[in-house]
Design a protein around this ligand. Structure first.
Ligand code: NAD
Length: 288
């Protein structure tokens, strides 16, 4: 039997509808969530991601502003803008689109963002909180994956979860979040030997590598839930994930498609985080 397709696009629409109601209520109490996105340079993929975020804000009636800065922007100029936004009461979320040009220290930029406005959840303070299970802000892609699993009633506790890829953006926080849910977690990466032996153990397999066709049907066990984060552009222009979708879906019990799986959920979670930071900054100001 073919796997259930876990429709991230539909779920993201549902979440955005829920958020729209919340935003309308917040506006009545004088809180208008605001997100600022900073794009440095002219990487075409980054431009598309920023555009998607902007469109989502418009759809949700979240105030948004995009700062498009030239490739030659200095670290000091970028730090100065972030300082200004940290102090701006109307800005609740600050997102610096990565990757940054090579001459800018990414770590320094991430650390300069007020952790309370860090809607990507990349700041070391927020990463630390996530790792000890007290994180209020959750990184968008793994948070979106958790929503997909939970809203499809997929049990996590006690199950073996394999995460392929150990990036700070997806793999590592995903592993932390699975641990928090009492899963048994294995993280595989580029130096992992016999990937197939490891992925075969998975009840839930999250693949975040960026290699088309990496996960083949003989690398998974029957009934596995496959969450495909990979976004790979083939030479014919087609966008595919890491899994050999057509064959893997014959063995898996459920699978996220690419496109229309994790991607739309990531954007929905960014909107959720912006609403969350707006609410919490407002409460903090009341308590000041
Ligand atoms: P990355 O590109 O920073 O790193 C890739 C990871 O894959 C590394 O940890 C590496 O060790 C691991 N890896 C490489 N070859 C491997 C192999 N043969 N076996 C096992 N692991 C291997 O990671 P990233 O930024 O998390 O991106 C991964 C993919 O996910 C990319 O395709 C990216 O475009 C996509 N992505 C999608 C979304 C979304 O919202 N849909 C969000 C973030 C990333």
């Amino acid at each position: 039997m073919s796997a259930k397709i876990l429709d991230g696009k539909k779920l993201a629409s549902e979440i955005k509808e829920e958020l729209k109601i919340e935003i309308a209520q917040l506006k009545k109490t004088g809180i208008a969530p605001g997100l600022v996105v900073i794009l440095v340079g002219d990487d075409p993929a980054s431009k598309i991601y920023v555009d998607n975020k902007k469109k989502a804000c418009e759809e949700m009636e979240i105030n948004s502003q995009v700062f498009e800065m030239p490739e030659c922007t200095t670290e000091e100029e970028l730090l100065k803008l972030i300082q200004k936004l940290n102090a701006d009461e109307k800005t609740h979320g600050i997102l610096v689109q990565l990757p940054l040009p090579k001459h800018i220290d990414e770590g320094k930029i991430i650390e300069s963002i007020d952790p309370k406005k860090d809607v990507d959840c990349f700041h070391p303070e927020n990463v630390g909180k996530l790792s000890i299970g007290i994180g209020k802000l959750l990184p968008c892609t793994p948070a979106g994956i958790m929503e997909i699993l939970k809203r499809n009633n997929i049990e996590i506790s006690g199950r073996e979860c394999v995460v392929a890829g150990k990036s700070n953006i997806v793999g590592k926080p995903m592993a932390m979040m699975f641990l928090e849910e009492n899963a048994t977690v294995i993280v595989a990466h580029i130096k992992t030997e016999n990937l197939g032996e490891i992925t075969k153990r998975a009840d839930i397999l999250v693949t975040a590598v960026g290699k088309a066709g990496l996960i083949k049907k003989d690398m998974i066990k029957k009934g596995v839930v496959v969450v495909d984060v990979g976004m790979n552009r083939l030479s014919n222009g087609k966008l595919v994930g890491d899994a050999d979708f057509e064959n893997v879906k014959e063995i898996a019990s459920a699978i996220t498609p690419v496109p229309g799986g994790v991607g739309p959920m990531t954007v929905a979670m960014l909107m959720k985080n912006t609403v969350e930071t707006a609410k919490r900054l407002y409460k903090n100001n009341l308590n000041d």
